[in-house]
Write a protein that binds this ligand. Structure first.
Ligand code: ZN
Length: 328
């Protein structure tokens, strides 16, 4: 059984006191629209044990009960008590209130309206809990342990269903006045452009997200089953329409990034989701467009790179959320 094997390896590692700088254990909880996971890990981002189950997106009471069960399962599997955990980090799709840790019906969790998750988990576990939106959580993880390591000023952007950013400025997550910093996906670039899910037209997200690429594919191929991944597959085979769709999306993505660079004078931009899966097709055109659309002095020294945490990104993002609660 692979899960048991993972737990066994973790226990052996735990006895090796030289392996980790600290031995503080973190419980990370990642809440996705279809699956959720609880992991035990370290402040260095090492995942030691993991348990996962289906998310109940429509009934938050059942959903939260599953998270609590997963947390207890993963502790039992790893062989520790809840009292040995130092802090709990939760990564979840927004909108959410970071200060109160309340979830406000994210698009992928429609039944999770006004869920006081932080308070519920703190009462259940008797531990400090921090809740963060998934783009911010992944930005912290990529900054600490991934493609943003060593940067003082960076942004992490998703390029999947939507386009969301987590901003690290002066080595700190920047949330803005009320947690809406990084909503770059709704920066309007084309007046009268395609309709966005937010209700406005011509947002970056409606021009360059995976969703937008899929929509353009369906429109231009006249086939309702086309997805963004299929557009990428066709472009790899040299299809001129698919190539043109990706060129347009990459142009607008680069234009959006240029706005971010001109405003924040970042040193690195880390791109996730489609920019990782289709890095061969998208990265260079995105870089060219970003360069074309900002000052040479702003562009000099900037790197635009794919995310580096791979399949473990969400687990590590949940662990990273708890870092401010830990004195290392
Ligand atoms: Zn929008």
């Amino acid at each position: 059984m692979p899960r048991r094997a993972a737990v066994f390896r973790a226990r052996r590692s735990r006895r090796n006191s030289d392996l980790f700088v600290t031995n503080k254990l973190i419980l990370g909880i990642d809440i996705g629209g279809t699956k959720s996971a609880a992991v035990i890990g370290t402040a260095e981002g090492v995942v030691l044990a993991r348990a996962a189950a289906k998310t109940d997106a429509n009934d938050w009471r059942r959903g939260v009960a599953t998270l609590i069960e997963l947390a207890r399962d993963v502790c039992r599997d790893y062989g520790c008590q809840m009292s040995e955990i130092t802090a709990v980090g939760v990564s979840c799709g927004g909108p959410l209130n970071f200060e109160t840790g309340t979830i406000h019906a994210p698009p992928n969790l429609p039944g999770w309206e006004a869920v006081p998750l932080k308070a519920l988990l703190e009462a259940e576990f008797g531990l400090l809990v921090q809740v963060e939106n998934d783009a911010n959580a992944t930005a912290i993880a990529e900054h600490r342990w991934g493609a943003g390591a060593g940067c003082r000023n960076m942004a992490f952007l998703t390029m999947g269903t939507g386009i969301g950013a987590g901003l690290i400025l002066n080595n700190q997550l920047y949330r803005g006045r009320n947690g809406l910093a990084g909503e770059i996906g709704h920066m309007r670039l084309v007046l009268g452009g395609p309709l966005c899910l937010c209700g406005k037209r011509g947002c970056l997200e409606a021009l360059a997200s995976g969703t937008a690429i899929g929509r353009m594919g369906r429109e231009r191929f006249g086939d309702v089953s086309v997805t963004a991944h299929e557009v990428c597959d066709r472009a790899r085979l040299g299809d001129p329409i698919a190539t043109d769709i990706l060129a347009q999306a990459a142009y607008f993505m680069g234009l959006g990034l240029a706005g971010l660079l001109q405003t924040l004078n970042l040193e690195r931009i880390v791109l996730g989701t489609l920019a990782v899966h289709a890095a061969d097709l998208l990265l260079e055109p995105i870089r060219r467009s970003a360069q074309e659309n900002c000052w040479p002095s702003v562009w000099a020294g900037v790197s635009i790179v794919p995310a580096a945490l791979g399949d473990a990104a969400q687990d590590k993002a949940a662990l990273a959320v708890a870092l401010p609660l830990i004195k290392t």
